[in-house]
Design a protein around this ligand. Structure first.
Ligand code: 5GP
Ligand code: ZN
Length: 120
């Protein structure tokens, strides 16, 4: 599958393009963060690459920098949400069994309540 910079059918590409509304909390050159539409915790934010990368499974060698930037952005978002002291959880769902429903790589930042382990 060839990877287009933006996939017009992809909901997160459309959010990144500003075609769909979202409550943005962080904007960087390669990375964007916005609140999840259906939050599972008091703070639930999605961090995405602006470029359409479908999933962890589709990451290529050259994506190392943007993958690292997702983590750094997640930390920034967590700090801005005041989650640093209490802690938080980062989640990346991969594929059907992983619970991935949107095929544009995203990192969930969840916090503001205690998280259970193991996850469901
Ligand atoms: P996944 O299950 O793929 O790991 O997570 C997809 C997440 O995207 C879900 O938590 C879902 O609530 C969120 N989501 C789906 N569509 C939209 C949307 O249009 N806007 C926002 N802000 N979040 C969305
Ligand atoms: Zn996309």
């Amino acid at each position: 599958m060839t990877e287009e910079p933006n996939d017009p059918k992809c909901v997160f590409c459309r959010i990144a393009q500003g075609e769909l509304e979202s409550e943005r909390v962080l904007e960087q050159d390669d990375v964007l963060a916005f609140r999840d539409l259906n939050p599972q915790a008091p703070s639930h934010i999605l961090v995405i690459p602006r470029r359409h990368i479908p999933a962890v499974a589709k990451l290529q060698e050259g994506d190392g920098e943007v993958a690292g930037r997702l983590l750094l952005a997640a930390r920034e978002v967590a700090e801005a949400e005041g989650l640093e002291e209490g802690g938080y959880r980062l989640v990346v769902n991969q594929g059907r069994d992983g619970g991935q429903t949107v095929d544009h790589l995203h990192l969930h930042v969840l916090g503001g309540r205690p998280m259970r382990w193991p996850p469901g």
